[in-house]
Ligand binder design. Structure first.
Ligand SMILES: NC(=O)C1=CN([C@@H]2O[C@H](COP(=O)(O)OP(=O)(O)OC[C@H]3O[C@@H](n4cnc5c(N)ncnc54)[C@H](O)[C@@H]3O)[C@@H](O)[C@H]2O)C=CC1
Ligand SMILES: CC(C)CC(=O)C(=O)O
Length: 364
């Protein structure tokens, strides 16, 4: 790939390649934009088919974090890390400590957290080497695993989208097809089950499927069947790009609302959903509960305050749906506009030099 051409096209600030032979660390830290503040975004560990795929994933996820943090009203920029490797077999403590030292080297320009393939334990190892990590064990005054907050935000966001599509935000009797019942989706399914929703689930991991079947009476379907099942809402909660040319024609759902990052394979797929009248809850808005929760650590973590802010996801989505309707634009475009306007207006406020910015994890 022509890396610099790509960085220039989407206006990335910095990419850091981290290599540690001793531990086998191969990581890419992508920092997209720090206009609003230090870049905050999780660390994903995944087996990629090629190094290029890993770089592209880090870059796309980092840009998503810029928009997510801006739309959530956080004074944080966007960044993300991917570690190349199998989280089940390739991890060792030295790898996360080595990675922590690379983060420390960035002196606060990037703050990390958990994502797919990493755990609170991994964050604790990073914390041995740097303060610029959130979602470490609560014993350190931190917020711990971000997934319950993300799950709560997705549940509320799904309700806002249901209100738009069906005129009521009640989940009672609604059928939700969930792709990937991992950390976030399990918590989201719990909220939905408690409100009387019917669940259809799939996952490449059989144990995760069994857990949802046993705990919530979910119906299990095959990996490729999830797109075409009879349902009201499709909730993509695994990896990205599942809304594409192949899947859109199969969908029976009137709403798409789930936790996965980068759900649209391309922008034009968001336009297609708009044309078809499918209410799409933009991914980075509905799944911002986790980052809102970990970002609260910058002020000294307070769960009540953080969850109150997570609840604003319902109103943000309602606003986005209204803009989409008013201006006849797809919801993902309405969300982008909201995020870009905020970055633009704060950048004007920040044009005045200040010797030292305040609140950076020291009060955790
Ligand atoms: N954990 C968090 O707080 C946040 C997570 N997200 C995003 O939400 C999504 C889920 O995150 P987590 O629940 O933390 O991850 P997870 O790894 O716990 O869950 C993902 C699940 O998807 C399954 N899966 C993977 N590929 C699949 C496929 N092709 N078909 C069906 N299932 C498949 C996995 O087996 C796993 O059970 C990810 O895209 C993540 O980036 C976004 C914001 C915050
Ligand atoms: C997991 C979150 C705390 C941050 C993040 O990377 C995300 O929201 O995608």
């Amino acid at each position: 790939m022509e890396l610099f051409k790509y960085l220039e096209e989407f206006d990335y600030e910095q990419v850091v390649f981290c290599q540690d032979k001793n531990s086998g660390l191969k990581a890419i830290i992508a920092i997209h934009d720090t206009t609003l503040g230090p870049a905050l975004g999780g660390t994903r560990m995944w087996t990629y088919d090629s190094e290029e795929d890993a770089v592209i994933d880090a870059l796309r996820l980092a840009k998503g974090m810029t928009y997510k943090n801006a739309a959530a009203g956080l004074n944080l920029g966007g960044g993300k890390t991917v570690i190349i490797g199998d989280p089940k077999t390739d991890k060792n403590p030295e790898m996360f400590r080595a990675f922590g030292r690379y983060i420390q080297g960035l002196a606060g320009r990037y703050i990390t957290a958990e994502d797919v393939g990493t755990t609170v334990g991994d964050m604790d190892l990073i914390y041995m080497e740097t303060d610029f990590v959130t979602g470490i064990s609560p014993e350190f005054g931190s917020s711990g695993n971000p997934s319950p907050a993300t799950a709560y935000g997705c549940y509320l966001g799904m309700k806002a989208a249901a209100k738009e599509a069906f005129g009521t935000d009640s989940m009672e009797g609604k059928t939700v097809a969930v792709q990937g019942v991992g950390n976030v989706a399990y918590g989201m399914c719990k909220h939905l089950h408690e409100e009387g929703a019917k669940l259809i689930v799939t996952d490449i991991n059989e144990e995760s499927v069994e857990r949802a079947v046993n705990d919530f009476g979910a119906q299990a379907v095959g990996i490729d069947e999830i797109y075409s099942v009879d349902c009201d809402i499709y909730a993509p909660c695994a990896l990205g790009a599942t809304i594409n040319d192949d899947t859109i024609p199969q969908l029976k759902a009137k709403v798409i609302a789930g936790s996965a990052n980068n759900q649209l394979a391309e922008d034009r797929h968001g336009e297609k959903l708009h044309e078809l009248g499918i209410v799409y809850a933009p991914d980075y808005v509905i799944n911002s509960g986790g980052v809102i929760n970990v970002a609260d650590e910058l002020n000294g973590y307070n769960k009540e305050r953080a969850y109150k802010q997570v609840e604003t996801i319902y109103d943000s989505l309602t606003k986005i749906f209204a803009i989409s309707k008013r201006d006849d634009i797809p919801t993902h475009k309405a969300a982008d506009r909201m995020a870009e306007e905020r970055i633009q207006s704060v950048s004007q406020t920040r044009s005045t030099f200040l010797q030292k910015e305040h609140n950076i994890l020291s009060r955790r």
